[in-house]
Design a protein. Sequence first.
Length: 73
Amino acid sequence: MNEIIVDLNISSDEYLKLYRGQSRIVTTRARDGRRVHFPANILRPWVLHDGIRGCFRIRFTADGRFHDIQRLH
């Protein structure tokens, strides 16, 4: 299983744009330097009043499909 580690700092306003569909894809850099894109809806469990902040492990299947996400700290 492939995985990436990302550090996210998404404001509540930014996530609201994602939630409303203005953009449904989050683009960021993984800790290993790769530019990654993933669906914003996988972050819903971690949305707080001030947005999303933290380190996350995102796992993908061998064919690149989302498998699961875990907050690391």
